[in-house]
Design a protein around this ligand. Structure first.
Ligand code: REL
Ligand code: ZN
Length: 416
C-alpha cells in the first residue's frame, strides 16, 4: 500500500475515534462528595502507584521512609527522580506530560512549583465534567466496595448519583477473603456465619441484592489471583455458585472478572507491590459453559493469557472480553492485543477501560489508548478495502461506537 493511503486511513479513523464518546467501564474514580476517595490534582497524579514503583527502583530510600513523607514531599521526590534527573519515557511518566500539555502547563522549566501554580482549580463546580470532556469520556464506571467502612457510610448517607458516574459492586473481600468478613456482616445486621449454611447463603444474597439496589450497580465485579480455579473445593467456588451467580442472574447483571493479579509480591510497596501471574483459562471456560444464563465480562492481566482468552470469546456469547489491564496498558501491548481481538472477534469486544484512579488520568489514558486503537483500526480498514470492501465513514462510526460504548450496553442488556 502507498504510504499516503495509510495516512489517509489513519486520519479518517483518528477523527472518528477522537469524536466518539467513551463509556469507561472500569475506573477507581469517585464524584467529589466521596471526599477522600475522590483523587485529583498534580500531587496525586505524581504519586500514582505506577510511578511510586518506578521511583523506588531508583531512589536509595527506605520504603518506610518514603511512606512517612507527606504527599507533597513524595510528589517532589518522584518529580525530581523521574522527570528532572531522567527522561519520562515510561508510559505512566509520559502520561503526566500528556496531562500537562492538555492543560497548557509549562514542562520546559521542569519546575513543579510552576505546574502547581498553574493547575486548574479543582473546586470549580464543573471540574469533573471538564476533565471528562477533555478525555472524550461520557460516563465512567466506579469500583464500589460495600465492605469498605468509609465508602459504605457515604452510600448510606448519599442522595442520587451524578449521571456520569455509574456504580459497579466490587466483591473482592467476599470472594477472596470471606473468613474476615462474617464479623463485620453480623455487626451490620446480617446473620452470616463463617460456615456457608443455608441461612448464611440467604443472608449474603440479601446483602448483595440490597447493595445492587442502593448503588444501582451496572455490574458486579471481582479481581482474582492467577491461581483462580473453578470449580474446586474452595469457599470462593461455593460463594460463586450459591451466592454471586444466582444474584447476578436474577438481577440480569454481568459478573466482571479481572483475573491474574498476584497481590503483595512486595508488600512494602503497598499498592505498588502487586504483580502479575498467568492464570488458567479453564476456569473461564467452565463458568461460561456451566452458567449459560449468566453473563461474564473478563479481562486477564498476563500477556500470556490474551490469545486463549480471545479464542474463548469466540466460543461463548455470554463472555465479553474487555480491556488491556494495568501492566498491559502500554502502547505496544494495547496494539498487539487489540489487533488480535479484531482478527478473532471482529468488533464484538471492549478494547479498553482506563483504570484511572486520579481524575485527570482519564485524559492521558484515553488519549494514549485512542491513538493506538485508531492506528490498528486504520490498518484493518486499509487491508479490508484492499481486499475489495468499500469501508464508509458510517461503517467506521458504527464500529467505533460499538467498541467504545455500544458493546457494553448491548451485553449488559442481553437476555440469556
Ligand atoms: O481493579 C483492580 O484490581 C486493579 O485495577 C487495581 O488493583 C490496580 O491497583 C490498578 O491501579 C491498576 O491499574
Ligand atoms: Zn482496577
Amino acid at each position: 500500500r502507498e504510504p499516503n493511503e495509510t495516512n489517509t486511513w489513519l486520519e479518517r479513523v483518528k477523527q472518528v475515534v477522537f469524536e466518539t464518546p467513551v463509556l469507561d467501564m472500569h475506573t477507581h474514580l469517585f464524584p467529589r462528595r466521596f471526599v477522600k476517595l475522590a483523587l485529583s490534582g498534580v500531587d496525586e497524579l505524581l504519586t500514582y502507584h505506577y510511578l511510586i514503583a518506578e521511583t523506588l527502583r531508583i531512589l536509595p530510600l527506605g520504603y518506610d521512609e518514603y511512606w512517612s513523607l507527606d504527599r507533597e514531599r513524595q510528589a517532589e521526590l518522584i518529580w525530581k527522580t523521574l522527570f528532572v534527573e531522567r527522561t519520562p519515557v515510561s508510559e505512566a511518566a509520559r502520561g503526566v506530560i500528556t496531562v500537562l500539555k492538555r492543560f497548557g502547563l509549562p514542562t520546559e522549566g521542569k519546575s513543579l512549583d510552576d505546574i502547581r501554580r498553574g493547575w486548574p482549580n479543582p473546586s470549580d463546580g464543573d471540574y469533573a465534567e471538564k476533565i471528562l470532556d477533555l478525555a472524550g469520556v461520557k460516563q465512567v464506571v466506579m469500583t464500589n466496595d460495600p465492605f469498605d467502612p468509609q465508602e459504605r457510610e457515604i452510600w448510606l448517607a448519599a442522595g442520587p448519583m451524578e449521571s456520569y458516574f455509574l456504580a459497579a459492586l466490587r466483591l473482592d473481600p467476599l470472594l477472596n477473603d470471606y473468613q474476615s468478613l462474617s464479623g463485620k456482616l453480623n455487626n451490620w445486621g446480617y446473620r452470616a456465619g463463617s460456615a456457608l449454611t443455608e441461612e448464611t447463603v440467604a443472608e449474603l444474597r440479601r446483602f448483595l441484592n440490597e447493595w445492587i439496589e442502593r448503588m444501582k450497580a451496572v455490574y458486579v465485579a471481582v479481581s482474582l489471583p492467577e491461581t483462580f480455579s473453578f470449580p474446586d473445593s474452595s469457599v470462593r467456588s461455593t460463594l460463586l455458585t450459591e451466592v454471586v451467580l444466582p444474584v447476578c442472574r436474577a438481577k440480569d447483571l454481568p459478573l466482571a472478572m479481572m483475573i491474574g493479579v498476584k497481590r503483595g509480591v512486595n508488600p512494602a510497596l503497598r499498592e505498588a507491590g502487586d504483580s502479575v501471574g498467568k492464570a488458567d483459562i479453564r476456569a473461564v471456560e467452565r463458568l461460561c459453559a456451566g452458567f449459560p444464563h449468566n453473563k461474564f465480562m473478563v479481562t486477564m492481566l498476563s500477556r500470556e493469557n490474551q490469545h486463549e482468552l480471545t479464542v474463548t470469546g469466540r466460543k461463548f456469547r455470554n463472555l465479553m472480553v474487555f480491556g488491556s489491564w494495568w501492566f498491559l496498558n502500554n502502547p505496544s501491548l494495547v496494539g498487539e492485543i487489540t489487533r488480535m481481538r479484531l482478527e478473532l472477534l471482529g468488533t464484538s469486544f471492549i478494547p479498553q477501560h482506563s483504570d484511572a484512579r486520579i481524575l485527570e488520568q482519564l485524559i492521558y489514558k484515553w488519549i494514549h489508548s485512542k491513538q493506538v486503537i485508531a492506528k490498528v483500526l486504520a490498518e484493518k480498514y486499509g487491508d479490508l478495502s484492499e481486499a475489495g470492501w468499500p469501508v464508509s465513514e458510517e461503517d467506521i462510526r458504527r464500529d467505533v461506537e460499538a467498541l467504545f460504548a455500544g458493546n457494553f450496553w448491548r451485553f449488559k442488556n442481553l437476555k440469556l
